[in-house]
Ligand binder design. Structure first.
Ligand SMILES: [Zn+2]
Length: 243
């Protein structure tokens, strides 16, 4: 299977005829594919994947970080994407990492804060959370308020680092007919054309630089305007800026 939208669509079309594909909140709790997306880098990749699933009438859960280095859920773009996904009947969950709170002990309180950030965006309660780093201890912590899907016993398959660990995604369809299978797809890795891991990182860097360039121009033109006005006013008041 290639990491292309074409192959992803082909898989979903085939799988939805054979089994249930759902978000965690819509699962029957007995069998089917629990389709999970961890949004680790940038929400636009998630948005592209969401549009494919919506078109194919499949629902899933998108887990967003609130502490990512590379995006802010409260930015205008992220907010729009998260809201659109949520309002289209998909589930939003919290993707959590303990790293920013390394020296703190009360992790549950931090999780409540982060959940509140996402809830304020989607205006709905968050039910499911999962760990960003599966080696973290939060994987095994029980939070009475939420379902920590990192510590349930579902059969589990992930495309982490573009590697399905020699498990054929199509093979899990049969398994999912009798039990729940958690399928983790990271939107970042998928695109129209197949790419290497390095291509993806380069493309990501490019889009971040473009964004930074646009942002600097926008801020700069605003500041230039203010400075010009200030200068004109002071010149009118007799101040000479020439040295
Ligand atoms: Zn993650």
């Amino acid at each position: 299977m290639k990491f292309t939208y074409h192959d992803y669509k082909k898989f979903l079309r085939f799988a939805k005829k054979e089994t249930n594909i759902t978000s965690f909140e819509k699962s029957n709790g007995k069998n089917g594919i629990l389709l999970r997306h961890d949004v680790d880098f940038y929400p636009t990749f998630a948005h592209d994947m969401f549009k494919i699933e919506k078109e194919l009438n499949v629902t899933s859960t998108y887990f967003f970080l609130t502490t990512a280095q590379t995006y802010n859920p409260n930015s205008l773009l992220s907010k729009r994407i998260i809201t659109e996904i949520s309002e289209s009947g998909f589930e939003i969950g919290l993707h959590f990492t303990v790293l920013p709170y390394e020296k703190e002990k009360v992790i549950t309180e931090r999780i409540l804060w982060e959940v509140a950030v996402l809830e304020s965006i989607i205006q709905k309660p968050i039910t499911n959370i999962c760990s960003h780093n599966t080696r973290e201890e939060t994987c095994n912590i029980y939070f009475p308020e939420f379902i920590n899907i990192s510590n349930n016993n579902n059969v589990f398959i992930s495309d982490s680092r573009m590697d399905f660990k020699e498990i054929d995604l199509y093979k899990i369809i049969d398994i999912s007919k009798t039990e729940l299978v958690q399928v983790i797809i990271h939107p970042l890795y998928w695109a129209d054309k197949e790419r290497t891991f390095n291509d993806i990182i380069n493309k990501f860097q490019e889009s971040m630089l473009e964004w930074a360039d646009r942002e600097l121009w926008r801020t700069n033109s605003f500041i230039n305007k203010r400075c010009r006005k200030f200068k004109e006013k002071k010149i009118d008041q007799g101040i000479n800026f020439n040295t």
